[in-house]
Design a protein around this ligand. Structure first.
Ligand code: GUN
Ligand code: ZN
Length: 438
């Protein structure tokens, strides 16, 4: 290692994944009790035993001692709405009423000068405080909302996927674009932001209910012209939503068929919810390599239903995990996994702590096709890192007195953990959040 490029090293208990622990167990993770993570130029240079790596480190390298805390790759959230940070915790409605009564009202405020900037700053602060370093983000229909979000993310050097929502019907006039304007604004944003620094674009027709066939065709053109971009939308979340979508697209085989007919089901397509899926729809997802995005706290809060993860596995469909703020109720991917566990319990399915922690790091990176960049401590990966104190709360410290091994400790972390466990978050090796009390 040369002197000048070894900028920093973090010392602590390293935990990361090299594969999916489902059915494999311990072979899929790496755990180093007294580990050192060496970072050079914002990338992982080495991850291993401190005693093996320390002698080779030049004396002037800064070593940040996080012992006895856990050091993991930054968490990834595969579906979140920037305009809904003040919609979260809105009472008493299921999806369609919730959209009309709360969400579409709040999203109109993003037309006001400075509001998208304020919400973007808030969201990025909150994500980093929760240990989340990458997210797939819905902005509002306003082109400026995506502009504001990308500008703020670029300033912080966070790797974010985002897009301007396209919606040209079944919403207040102030919240609709047209097939043409949605196309033109999305295209302009792609030109300005896709691949700029760490920013990536997601073509974002909100869902079949709010996009006309003309807008779906415009989305299809965007995908054909920009195959490197993601696609994000919603599907099969709620029975009334499904009935409406089917009514609006009577020629489609089913809900998935609507997106399929417009070329919107592909390996870079992230489809939120996927709760009420038919056999044919699972097959279509598997065939096209589309990603089912499981949003546990949202599915419970909006009473949408129970995501069948085992079924997705059996059908060979990729699954990503997400908060879906503001249908979701926590920014924390740890809390999200605690609720995922309960949803699976209700269906007689299981989720180990290793599976949960894999899902929100390497698993989501793989689902997003970004595992060559983020999600693990393999050399060369971007140094997005979360430092966790599993004993951060009284209840957790008390419970951990009886934990006998790493698996038990991590299960306590996943079941009782949230943003209070985050000691520090690093973005490309730079400190981006530090807890003031830990
Ligand atoms: N379906 C269409 N839009 C939305 C949204 O904003 N949140 C959720 N949960 N579902 C949706
Ligand atoms: Zn959503």
């Amino acid at each position: 290692m040369s002197r000048q490029d070894a900028v920093r090293a973090l010392r602590g208990r390293l935990l990361w994944f090299v594969g999916d622990p489902y059915g494999v167990g311990a072979a899929a993770h790496r755990y180093v009790e007294d580990g050192l993570l060496v970072i050079a130029d914002g990338l992982i240079r080495a991850a291993g035993e401190a005693r093996a790596l320390l002698p080779a480190l030049p004396a002037e390298v800064e070593i940040i001692d996080h012992r006895p805390h856990l050091i993991m790759p930054g968490f990834i959230d595969a579906h979140i709405h920037m305009p809904q940070t003040q919609v979260i915790a809105s009472y008493g409605a299921q999806l369609m009423e919730w959209l009309n009564k709360y969400t579409f009202v709040e999203e109109q405020k993003l037309a006001q000068q400075g509001h998208a900037e304020k919400l973007s700053r808030f969201l990025l602060d909150e994500l980093l405080a929760s240990g989340t370093t990458t997210a797939a983000v819905y902005c509002s229909v306003h082109e400026k909302s995506a502009e504001a979000f990308f500008a703020e993310s670029h300033r912080r050097n966070t790797r974010m996927i985002a897009g301007k929502v396209m919606m040209d019907r079944n919403a207040p006039a102030a919240l609709t674009d047209t097939a043409e304007s949605g196309y033109a604004e999305s295209k302009a944003l792609i030109g300005r932001w896709h691949g700029k620094g760490r920013q990536l674009y997601a073509i974002t027709p909100r869902f079949a209910v709010t996009s006309s066939p003309e807008q779906m065709a415009a989305s299809q053109r965007l995908v054909a012209e920009h195959p490197g971009c993601f696609v994000q939308t919603h599907i099969n979340e709620n029975r009334a939503e499904i009935a409406l979508a089917r009514e609006l697209y009577p020629m489609a085989a089913d809900y998935a068929g609507i997106y399929e007919d417009y070329g919107l089901l592909g390996p870079k397509s992230l489809l939120g919810h996927c709760i009420h899926m038919t056999k044919r729809e699972w097959r279509a997802f598997a065939e096209h390599g589309a990603v089912a995005v499981f949003c546990p706290t949202s599915n419970l809060f909006l009473g949408s239903g129970l995501f069948d993860w085992d079924r997705a596995r059996r059908e060979g469909v990729k699954v990503a995990l997400a908060t879906d703020i503001g249908g979701g109720t926590s920014y924390s991917m740890l809390r999200t996994m605690a609720e995922a566990y309960k949803i699976l319990q209700l269906q007689g399915q299981s989720l180990s702590a290793f599976e949960a922690l894999h899902a929100i790091t390497l698993g989501n990176a793989v689902a997003l096709g970004l595992d060559h960049l983020i999600g693990s401590f393999e050399p060369g990966r971007e140094a997005d890192i979360v430092v966790l104190d599993p004993a951060a709360t009284r209840a957790m410290a008390h419970r951990l007195e009886t934990a006998r091994d790493l698996a038990e400790e991590l299960f306590v972390l996943v079941t009782l953990g949230d943003e209070r466990n985050v000691v520090a978050t690093y973005v490309m090796g730079e400190l981006a959040f530090r807890c003031s009390t830990n």
